[in-house]
Write a protein that binds this ligand. Sequence first.
Ligand SMILES: Nc1ncnc2c1ncn2[C@@H]1O[C@H](COP(=O)(O)OP(=O)(O)OP(=O)(O)O)[C@@H](O)[C@H]1O
Ligand SMILES: O=C(O)c1ccc[n+]([C@@H]2O[C@H](COP(=O)([O-])O)[C@@H](O)[C@H]2O)c1
Length: 199
Amino acid sequence: MGGQARRPRIGVMGGTFDPVHHGHLVAASEVAQHFDLDEVVFVPTGQPGYKPGVTTAEHRYLMTVIATASNPRFTVSRVDIDRQKTTFTIDTLRDIRAERPEAELFFITGADAIAQILNWKDVGELWSLAHFVAVSRPGHVLTMTGLPEQDVSLLEVPALAISSTDCRDRVRRGFPVWYLVPDGVVQYISKHHLYRRVE
Ligand SMILES: Nc1ncnc2c1ncn2[C@@H]1O[C@H](COP(=O)(O)OP(=O)(O)OP(=O)(O)O)[C@@H](O)[C@H]1O
Ligand SMILES: O=C(O)c1ccc[n+]([C@@H]2O[C@H](COP(=O)([O-])O)[C@@H](O)[C@H]2O)c1
């Protein structure tokens, strides 16, 4: 008789993705490689209460679908978009767990996000739903200070000094975002005239 079947290992990459860029994709790819993940689910936020004035969820969702389409291990979930409430990671992880009860979950964040996690909703329960993996990000210190060692891992990834804020700013000022975001996302931004006006 064989041993126990291996539980699927699923990464969850939450973000506003306004727009999704190569920093997000490299972070997900590196964590997938390092933690032997079978899949990484990108979860665009619905209404991030802490970030006012973000682009319509459907545009952010579609850009994320375009950006991840060529990777057979990357998928996109609508759980946060369809919830129609302010997005909190506790709800994201409960919903993904309900859909995939057999899986081990790994929530992926950047160094800036993990530094704030102790202020997130129901943080005490978050640790029981997923293992958290925080990746390095230029301009931010990656540290375990205050975090539970058994529930959080840190990972150095190739440094990409890209942010969605900078991409939006570049489009608004007429600068290119080629090679900062996937080609299809460049075309999508142009086709839908995103980021041209200050909201
Ligand atoms: N260049 C990057 N390197 C590593 N991690 C990143 C990078 N950019 C974003 N992340 C991480 O990806 C997740 C989603 O980020 P988000 O969608 O807010 O992008 P952002 O570039 O930080 O956006 P904004 O500039 O609008 O705040 C967060 O956990 C964030 O820390
Ligand atoms: O749950 C919370 O309280 C919470 C507060 C801030 C951010 N988050 C999550 O962190 C992820 C990255 O968020 P952001 O704002 O950097 O795009 C995204 O999945 C958010 O839902 C979660």
